[in-house]
Write a protein that binds this ligand. Structure first.
Ligand SMILES: NC(=O)C1=CN([C@@H]2O[C@H](COP(=O)(O)OP(=O)(O)OC[C@H]3O[C@@H](n4cnc5c(N)ncnc54)[C@H](O)[C@@H]3O)[C@@H](O)[C@H]2O)C=CC1
Ligand SMILES: N[C@@H](CC=O)C(=O)O
Length: 835
């Protein structure tokens, strides 16, 4: 075979191929022409496919013609589509272009009529001619869009030069004959810029033929070889070769570079952006190939060459081939017998069955291969027939067949010689509960393929993708309740998320935000800094917590977490379901921890069942480590005797400030404005909020305390207990006189007022205002300080004290954030969520 370059070839010649999606209409063709005209290089060959949908229409026309159906309406529609495109492209004088296209259309009509009557070889010959009609029209249209002959663009009907012959492995180019014809063509056409028809070629007998469906990529590669081009660019409607099919894996990334070998593997395994045959001619000549997006030509796309490029992940791409079946030949008589595999594969070859994957255990007790589902029955019959004697003799059991499978392939040069790659893939699949039916890895180590149930395809692909491309600490996060605490949390997330990702590999992705009325869900991570402000804008939908949880629990991300910053009991009602589904829950909301005991027990059980975590540090003492301290005491074997102290930030602040000069009601309003109080301040004043905290701590210590068991003194006047919040706030001054009287009495006794909670060693729980002497520890607190004393077996004489600000959006949000991080940081080592 000659490798002599063309005289006119040069490193300045570049081939650009535009697929059907880039030529969908006149506007797209014009854009493609601008890209081609503006591309670098002194010589350009632009290879075109048929306009989008045209080849399908031609195949249907040919089928209809053979069936004797009336093809006129479809033929007319096609001719009209090309004519309308010509009118839109050709500017002032469209007649010559329209005439050319009309001639092509007439030729097509003649071929369709002939096909209707044809017999024998003529059927194939005419069909091939009809299928290639779209590329002929596209070339006329593209030439016009580029400015025609006047602008130096000559049209090459590739059927004149590209000679192919049918071979076992598809159309094979006759390179010498093609070179010879191309040289002859170039003596007649001196142009430096060429528009060439993709897909079509000629047989060695001079008949029109095609390179097979989507063969235009192949045409571009063959022409690049013949023209000795410096590069090929395939322009399509995606950014390049992606790490996985983005319709199945939302986090798929565009791969900047691939080696020819990697691209081959991915193309064979279903990465539809590249036709598998494209690479061989380019690889043989070392011509680099770029895949780029016509709709975003500024993006760099994917470069494919001999070098490829090392990447962060050892696996470059993952792909799935659907509709596969396993054929397994089993028999103890096969062990050590030479020729079994040869007989099996010869049988499949004779039956025209292509084998995608082969696997044989070293015991040689069985050989299994994966074939297309549509071929499986034929393949099975062929193997049965080939081994009929051995089966009759009992040496071979026969062929087992399992359909409903697909093949998932992980591809990458970076896998070669690197340990742990297969483990990562299998671990990812195991975490997603995907059973592997068969495994194959060639000695090149560039591809690991597994056959799995078709029904698990998407789940498996997402799990495998996450295993290689995402940090194991990637968490899909949904926040409920963008109030004081929720907004403060979002601000903190916005500030810290980039650093966490860069420095700790913790990748928190805000994918949902909900208030009591609205929710906003995002596939791409939302910006926490602006999410709350945009919550009820365009794209928001009415809040539906089921849909919210389903979205947050995205199966393409390893972990999911809901952070409930509401005070809602209805939201707490969902925790058990979320935890059982593997969603971690973090909250400052006290409803679940202090609510109905049965529900509380169900939540704790669901957490265990779902392998998820439920953290609620901020329910007591806001950002203070109160729950953690108690947990640590108990986990290290200490025994709790009692808890006492100040558990309300609001009441601490009120009694710190209240000296009789300003009415108590005015201070309550101020505390509310500062974000210290509960959404309904009566929850603080009634002692209910503190009672809830006491219940949470008691339960943490294993005591089944309920709210009804807590003796609570309320500061809310009877007249204000049942009114709505606004009325309550309007009539707050009803609190002033009784509170002034209490303060006066306390002062008369040399004391001050403090709100105190107590859980004693007998399990008795009390909450209320007490007059305390000036030397009491609780009289030496500031602002919203909580003061929690744990009396335990170890801290019996001198209790362990946790003290500090116990209310306020920022400190509470920090407590919530701390829980989020506790979970996320532990995820690196722990198992991923089950799907
Ligand atoms: N503010 C503080 O200092 C502290 C607050 N907490 C707790 O934090 C939680 C939030 O407190 P704040 O932010 O101050 O309250 P807030 O009233 O400012 O915010 C509550 C948010 O929850 C939302 N919400 C209410 N019901 C909802 C539902 N059914 N579904 C979805 N969203 C709903 C509201 O729309 C609002 O955005 C409360 O549970 C509170 O007890 C805990 C410790 C300290
Ligand atoms: N309103 C509560 C907030 C924290 O739970 C308080 O004041 O303590």
């Amino acid at each position: 075979m000659s490798t002599e370059p063309l005289p006119a070839s040069s490193p300045f010649l570049h081939v650009h191929k535009f697929g059907g999606s880039s030529l969908a209409d006149a506007g797209r063709i014009a854009s493609a022409a601008r890209i081609a005209a503006g591309s670098p290089g002194a010589h350009r060959v632009v290879v075109v496919s048929a306009m989008q949908g045209v080849t399908d229409a031609l195949v249907a026309l040919a089928t209809a013609a053979r069936a004797g159906d009336d093809t006129t309406p479809a033929w007319t529609a096609l001719a009209e589509r090309h004519r309308a495109t010509a009118l839109a492209l050709a500017g002032a004088d469209p007649a010559p272009l329209c005439d050319r296209l009309a001639l092509e259309s007439e030729a097509l009509r003649g071929d369709l009529e002939a096909l209707a009557r044809a017999t024998g070889d003529a059927v194939v010959r005419l069909s091939e001619r009809i299928w290639g009609h779209g590329e002929l029209c596209s070339a006329w249209l593209m030439q016009a869009a580029l400015g025609g002959e006047a602008a130096g663009w000559t049209r090459l009907d590739t059927r004149e030069v590209l000679v192919v012959r049918a071979a076992d492995m598809g159309a094979q180019v006759d390179r010498d004959a093609s070179l010879h014809r191309l040289r002859a063509w170039r003596t007649r056409h001196a142009s430096t810029h060429i528009v060439a028809t993709g897909f079509v070629a000629r047989t060695t007998d001079g008949e029109a033929t095609t390179l097979g469906r989507n063969g235009s990529d192949h045409s571009a590669a063959l022409l690049a070889d013949l023209f000795d081009a410096a590069s090929v660019t395939i322009w399509t409607d995606v950014d390049g070769v992606l790490s996985a099919d983005p319709r199945l894996v939302p986090d798929a990334v565009c791969l900047p570079a691939l080696s020819y070998a990697e691209a081959c593997e991915l193309a064979y395994f279903g990465a539809k952006v590249l036709h598998p045959r494209t690479l061989a001619p380019l690889q043989a000549r070392g011509i680099p190939l770029a895949i780029r997006n016509t709709l975003a030509p500024a993006r760099p796309g994917t470069r494919i060459d001999a070098r490829g490029e090392a990447a962060a992940s050892p696996v470059k791409g993952l792909s799935i081939v659907d509709g596969m079946a396993v054929l397994e030949l089993v028999g103890s008589g096969m062990t050590g017998v030479p020729g079994v595999a040869e007989t099996l594969f010869a049988a499949l070859h004779d039956a025209g069955v292509s084998v995608t994957m082969i696997s044989q255990g070293s015991s040689e007790h069985s050989i299994c291969c994966v074939v297309r589902e549509v071929d499986a029955g034929r393949g099975r019959a062929a193997i049965d027939a080939a081994f009929a004697e051995a089966i009759a003799a009992g040496q071979v059991e026969g062929v087992r067949m399992q359909d409903g499978l697909c093949v998932l392939a992980a591809v990458g040069d970076g896998m070669v010689g690197v340990h742990g790659v297969a483990a990562r893939l299998f671990d990812g699949l195991a975490q997603a509960r995907v059973n592997i039916r068969a495994i194959a890895q060639g000695a090149s180590e560039r591809n690991i393929s597994v056959a799995i149930a078709q029904a698990h395809a998407t789940r498996a692909l997402r799990a495998a993708h996450a295993a290689f491309w995402l940090s194991p600490q990637t968490v899909s996060v949904g926040v409920i309740g963008p109030g004081h605490v929720g907004r403060a949390l979002l601000e903190q997330l916005a500030e810290v998320i980039p650093r966490l990702r860069a420095e700790a590999g913790v990748d928190l992705r805000l994918r949902g935000l909900a208030s009591s009325r609205w929710m906003r869900l995002g596939d791409a991570p939302m910006d926490p800094a602006s999410a709350a402000a945009q919550l009820d804008g365009d794209g928001a939908v009415p809040c539906d917590l089921d849909a919210f949880a389903a979205h947050v629990r995205a199966s393409h991300l390893p972990h999911a977490m809901i952070v409930d910053c509401s005070a809602s009991d209805a939201v707490a009602e969902r925790y058990a379901g979320w935890l059982a589904a593997g969603i971690h829950v973090v909250t400052p909301n006290k409803q679940a921890g202090s609510g109905d005991w049965t529900r509380y027990a169900a939540i704790m059980a669901a957490r265990r069942a779902g392998g998820s975590r439920f953290l609620y540090e901020a329910t007591v003492g806001a950002g203070l480590p109160v729950v953690l301290t108690l947990r640590t005491l108990l986990d290290t074997g200490d025994t709790l005797h009692g808890i006492d102290g100040m558990l309300s930030g609001t009441l601490a602040w009120l009694f710190n400030r209240y000296d009789g000069r300003e009415p108590f009601s005015a201070l309550v309003r101020e505390a509310r404005a500062l974000g210290y109080t509960e959404p309904d301040p009566r929850d603080d004043l009634s002692g209910l909020d503190v009672a809830r905290k006491l219940v949470i701590l008691a339960r943490e210590a294993g005591r089944p305390l309920s709210l009804a068991d807590v003796e609570v003194e309320s500061l809310v006047p009877d007249a204000l207990r049942s009114v709505d919040v606004d009325t309550f706030l309007a009539r707050l001054d009803l609190l002033d006189a009784p509170m002034q009287a209490r303060l006066d009495a306390a002062r008369a006794a040399g004391c001050g007022l403090r709100h105190i909670a107590k859980l004693d060693s007998e399990g008795r729980a009390t909450v209320g205002v007490q007059a305390l002497p000036a030397d009491h520890a609780c009289m030496h607190t500031r602002l919203t300080d909580n003061l929690v004393q744990f009396t335990t077996a170890r801290y019996a004489e001198n209790p362990l004290v946790v003290q500090g600000p116990g209310a306020g959006p920022e400190v509470t949000a920090a407590g919530v954030f701390g829980d989020v991080l506790t979970i996320a940081q532990a995820l690196g080592a722990g198992p991923r969520r089950s799907p």
